[in-house]
Ligand binder design. Structure first.
Ligand code: SF4
Ligand code: SF4
Length: 446
């Protein structure tokens, strides 16, 4: 495993967003903005924080200011954007708002004092994979220590990490440890071949996927990763789990573009080799699929990045396209713990990929289960955003609408594809929250 903490000698980052390099020229996008303010009215942060100037200012307006005055520095308010990317979806003129924000945030953070507590707090949060890797070496101890009241108080006072939230529990066995113990790719191939033979499925050569599990399914919600593997094998897919690092999502949100690029290089390299061999890349987290599909090609010139982006899918999306998932569910029965009424929240990054209705439509066919869409509001946590002490109140104010709708829905179990939205849903309502893959696993495999 390579060392993620060592920068490459030839790093060209951070990107100068205002560089006139034609490969990274955001000016045409900025010129497309006709100031309709639709992005501003769809921004969840601007809705609850009157001091936040909104996406139009963060993107096209800052760009224009810089074009006029080379000395213009990126406004600090870019750090108040949560990177939910709802403005991208809202803009009728296809202005690349989140690309502008990501790049501007990178430039702002490059100019920040590297001695400030805020910089190191953001760096710690953005590099969750490193903390989780260390915690996974002694998960029980880490779980006890991280949720010890005085430790949380101290983290808030010294680092600005809110003490209002409970830290997510680390699994006593990581997903990758489980995967290895279960036989890895060889075991998956054998199981998939058995299933294909049982199903009379002739598509041998096509049915192989590379799983991008991300940090959370590996260290915390391992049930999601296990469900993904079992469900894909059930449909006859051979699964491989390649070398991978964090998708970079928390790094983009914190302007840590050097870190994100280093991780993206590893991810693109391993996935590109597999895509060449006929694999598709599958993510169970909608922010991970978003990073591989949109943010990498927008921000990084890495060999193979476009091919990987074109072959990346969210797990349920992929199965809906390639398999008769609704038919399989119509014949399925579900009982036990997952025979529930679910309050479903579509993560903002699922909306950006057009996936916001899939869970609700899919599980309509499943006996014993009801799924209520709790509306189109943002959960408010946006990854690391809601973990910052100074952002906690904003995060909860954004989440209010979702909490109300969850409580108005039948049942007391939530459902979403995003692990940090799940964290916010649990925090705001006390509900247990499941991933759609867990329900598919319970209905089709278990
Ligand atoms: S990414 Fe989200 S928080 Fe940031 S400006 Fe756009 S809509 Fe607002
Ligand atoms: S929605 Fe698009 S066109 Fe309208 S103000 Fe925002 S960036 Fe400009």
């Amino acid at each position: 495993m390579s060392d993620a903490s060592q920068p490459d000698a030839d790093d060209e980052f951070p990107i100068d967003v205002f560089d006139d390099d034609p490969d990274f020229d955001l000016r045409p996008g900025s010129d497309s903005c006709y100031k309709c303010s639709t992005c501003d009215t769809n921004c969840p942060v601007a809705e609850v924080d009157d001091d936040f100037p909104g996406p139009k200012f963060q993107g096209p307006e800052q760009w224009r200011l810089k074009q006029r005055d080379d000395e213009h520095t990126v406004d600090a308010s870019v750090m108040d954007c949560s990177n939910c990317m709802r403005c991208d979806e809202a803009c009728p003129a296809d202005v690349p708002l989140s690309q502008m924000h990501n790049a501007a945030r990178g430039e702002y953070v490059d100019g920040m004092s590297k001695l400030s507590v805020t910089y190191w707090r953001n760096r710690l949060l953005a590099n969750y994979r490193t903390s989780a890797f260390l915690a996974s070496k002694a998960p029980r101890l880490a779980n006890a220590a991280m949720n010890f009241g005085p430790a949380r108080w101290l983290l808030e006072k010294t680092m600005g990490i809110t003490s209002e939230r409970e830290f997510p529990a680390f699994a006593t066995e990581t997903f990758r440890e489980w995967w290895t113990r279960r036989g890895g790719a060889d075991g998956s191939r054998r199981r998939a071949q058995e299933r294909r033979a049982a199903r009379g499925d002739p598509r041998d050569a096509d049915k192989k996927v590379a799983y991008f599990h991300g940090c959370y399914a590996n260290y915390n919600t391992t049930a999601v990763g296990k469900a993904m593997v079992r469900v894909f094998e059930q449909f006859g897919y051979e699964v491989v789990v390649p070398e991978q690092k964090c998708s970079g999502t928390p790094m983009f949100a914190n302007g840590m573009l050097e870190d994100a690029r280093r991780h993206a290089e590893v991810n693109v390299s391993s996935m590109a080799d597999l895509v060449d061999q006929g694999y598709d890349a599958i993510a169970s987290c909608t922010s991970c699929s978003m990073a591989l599909r949109q943010e990498y090609p927008e921000l990084f010139d890495i060999e193979g990045v476009d091919e990987v982006a074109a072959h990346t899918f969210e797990a349920v999306e992929y199965l809906r396209v390639h398999e008769d998932l609704r038919g399989a569910l119509a014949d399925a029965e579900i009982d036990g713990a997952l025979a529930e009424e679910f309050a479903y929240h579509a993560p903002c990054h699922a909306r950006n990929q057009g996936l916001e209705r899939q869970a609700v439509e899919l599980f309509r066919e499943l006996d014993g289960v009801g799924v209520t869409d709790v509306g189109d509001s943002c959960s408010g946590i946006s990854g690391t955003y809601g973990w910052k002490a100074e952002k906690y109140d904003t995060s909860m104010a954004i989440g209010d609408e979702m909490f109300d709708h969850m409580e108005a829905a039948e049942g007391q179990t939530g459902m979403t594809e995003c692990p940090t939205c799940a964290m916010q849903m649990e925090h705001g309502t006390g509900y247990e929250v499941r991933h759609p893959l867990e329900l598919l696993d319970a209905a089709l495999v278990a």
